[in-house]
Write a protein that binds this ligand. Structure first.
Ligand SMILES: [Zn+2]
Length: 470
């Protein structure tokens, strides 16, 4: 992927390079991934310990014990405990900061405990349903799950025990989450989704892809190969890099965004008339914009116009599932806006931080404790995007109550709530666990003073007296 390393920076810009690794689907094979990472680093003259982070693009399968295994939607022959439980119990340690999104084969009960993101195990951070995080000056956006139109506008209604519909619908992307990403107004460096952004295949060597995988062409022909919301988010955020898994094949593409609108750059591609004739006319109309409230133009501060897309396979012999990359973030000389995020560890690495703009979006979209009962509808996805002044008020609140108090650094507050795997404790195939309200979600909601809708037991009336209300 030489095209990913040759990024130009102007004379007034400061280039900050990172060494990262990206992996496609995980499917419970963490040991294989970390072993392969070791070898890949060795052959490139890198050290795993010096990598900034590893990204895993979903189907992670954070299965802590046998009961978690009953919350995963997977064909019987693929049902296996995998390696994660050893990282959860503390028997093994992730050798590098590992950033994870969810896919469509997950221990969905565990992931939903961490709806806003959190540590699945020490050094393994799940981004939650959607997120924008900071690693030094880098902004990383992720969306978990896959797109299915029939569930898109539903709230997150699934609770344990899941019935046979809920065990699948729980990982479907929701509009109430995507609408938060569409409120982001400042540049993002890296985007991650499990299924590919829709139409991204057309920006790479699609002839070879379709020759290799004819079924992909059947889907692409009806404009249904990837995720329409991921496409919308990619076109809105225009990050320099976008990584995906799901299709179990390595594929790269370069998306050139057109002008200053989210008009689909697909229309500008040189696709033969013969091929065009096989595609639906709607592909040459307006871009996917289901909600009237969705932004029609990219925010003025987002000026990047090229997204390098890379999809990778799942682990296995002769599969291309891992890639080492050098990525750059460029800061304008004299820009102090990222100073809060620049603190380093004694080893000289940046650390994970919450993002100020993102927290303000969560708070303005969410269930603020002081705002009355109607805000619950917003948090559960029944309502609309909040008015613009709510975002500004919310940003001020975050700056006063979070940034100024030094709370942006993500705490290392992993705790085990569910039991670790015990080979003597056999669960039968229908036995699902109880809910384990996660203390990380509790602490996050308390910090933002939003209602913790994922914990029925939490005392939501507790308000920190140090918090300043405006
Ligand atoms: Zn997969």
């Amino acid at each position: 992927m030489t095209d990913l390393t040759l990024l130009e920076t102007g004379p007034s810009e400061l280039s900050i390079p990172l060494k990262i690794a990206v992996e496609g689907c995980c499917h419970g094979s963490l040991d294989n991934i970390y072993n392969s990472l070791e070898k890949a680093c060795e052959s490139r003259g890198w050290e795993v310990a010096k990598l900034d982070f590893l990204i895993i693009c979903g189907d992670f399968q954070a299965i802590r014990n046998e009961r978690d295994l009953n919350c995963i939607s997977v064909p019987w022959r693929y049902r296996t405990l995998g390696d994660f439980y050893r990282y959860y119990s503390g028997e093994r340690q992730a050798p590098v900061l590992t950033l994870v999104i969810g896919g469509n084969h997950e221990a969905s009960n565990y992931l939903s405990e961490l709806y806003y993101g959190g540590w699945l195990a020490p050094n393994i951070y799940y981004l939650g349903a959607v997120n924008v995080l900071r690693y030094g000056p880098f902004r990383i956006a992720g969306l978990s799950g896959i797109f299915k139109g029939t569930d898109y506008c539903k709230p997150h209604h699934e609770r344990l025990p899941y019935d046979r519909n809920e065990i699948r619908s729980i990982y479907h992307v929701r509009e109430c989450d995507i609408s938060k990403l569409l409120q982001v107004r400042f540049p993002v460096d890296i985007g991650i989704s499990h299924d590919w952004p829709r139409r991204v295949e057309w920006f790479g060597d699609y002839k070879r892809l379709f020759a290799d995988r004819p079924t992909f062409f059947e889907s692409a022909k009806i404009d249904n190969l990837g995720s329409a919301p991921a496409e919308q988010v990619m076109n809105h955020l225009r990050p320099k890099y976008w990584f995906s898994g799901h299709m179990h094949i390595k594929y790269s593409a370069v998306v050139e965004h057109k002008d200053n609108t989210v008009e689909d750059s697909f229309k500008a591609l040189a696709i033969s008339d013969e091929l065009r004739a096989q595609l639906p006319g709607s592909m040459f109309g307006a871009a996917f914009r289901k909600k009237k409230s969705a932004p029609k133009t990219s925010p003025p501060d987002i000026t990047n116009i090229v997204t390098h897309f890379l999809a990778l396979d799942k682990p296995g012999p002769d599969r291309e599932f891992l890639e080492l990359l050098e990525v750059n973030s460029s800061l304008k000389a004299g820009d102090t806006s990222t100073n809060t995020y620049m603190q380093k560890t004694p080893e000289g690495k940046f650390t994970l931080h919450y993002d100020e703009e993102w927290l303000s979006i969560i708070r303005s979209s969410g269930d603020i404790l002081a705002a009355g009962d109607t805000s619950l509808d917003i948090a559960l996805g029944k309502s609309d995007v909040p008015p613009p002044n709510a975002a500004l008020q919310s940003l001020r609140w975050i700056q006063t109550n979070i940034t100024a108090k030094g709370l942006l650094k993500i705490p290392e507050n992993f705790e085990k709530h569910a039991p670790i795997y015990d080979p003597n404790d056999k669960a039968n195939a229908n036995e699902q666990p109880c809910e384990f309200p996660n203390s990380q979600t509790g602490e996050f909601c308390k910090m933002l003073q939003i209602r913790n809708q994922f914990s029925v037991d939490e005392d939501v009336t507790e308000i920190d007296n140090d918090i300043v209300f405006e």
